[in-house]
Design a protein around this ligand. Structure first.
Ligand code: ZN
Length: 176
């Protein structure tokens, strides 16, 4: 397994639309393993392959307290949405930012599992929000897109400034 680099907003690669997985093979299972490891280490409750610069429709989720119930969704699709829920959301690609977003609070979705078998499931609350958030990533969409453009602009500037600061070379004479 390996820890993958997570792209940060406003990286244009986060806007890539992911392609469906045509066959759940060893390569896809390795990607899912690496994504789970990356998600647990971050730590986060969900990760989409687009966030690690792999434009495939693969998502990993674990909303359990014990972090021992990994869910891997391949080619996930929402079949039904119901109700409205407003929850404070964050994202591994938008570090340190939490904002309220309205989404359906009850969904039915389908996907393939790691064996390539179809699964169909209902979800509500946090899991429903998480599945919707991750599927958005596969379509190049981020939770900041639901905010006002003023707010999005402010977040963009903050993250760009942080990225610049991190990219600055160490001062001369610093031991590395
Ligand atoms: Zn996210």
């Amino acid at each position: 397994m390996a820890i993958l680099d997570i792209l940060h907003f406003p990286d244009p690669r986060l806007r890539n639309r992911a392609k469906p997985v045509s066959e759940v093979d060893a390569r896809v299972r390795k990607l899912a393993d690496d994504m789970l490891e990356t998600m647990y280490k971050a730590p986060g409750i969900g990760l989409a392959a687009v966030q690690v610069n792999v434009p495939l429709r693969v998502v990993t989720i674990d909303i359990s307290e014990e972090r021992d119930q990994p869910l891997v969704l391949i080619n996930p699709e929402i079949l039904e949405r119901d109700g409205v829920e407003e929850m404070s959301e964050g994202c591994l690609s938008v570090p340190g930012i939490y904002e309220k977003v309205k989404r359906a609070n009850h969904i039915r979705f389908r996907a393939l599992d790691l064996e390539g078998q179809p699964l169909e499931q209902e979800a509500e609350g946090l899991l429903a929000v998480c599945v919707q958030h991750e599927i958005d990533h596969l379509d190049g969409k981020l939770f900041v897109d639901y905010l006002s453009s003023l707010k999005r602009q402010r977040i963009r500037k903050k993250l760009e400034k942080e990225a610049r600061q991190q990219a600055e070379p160490a001062p001369a004479g610093t031991a590395i």
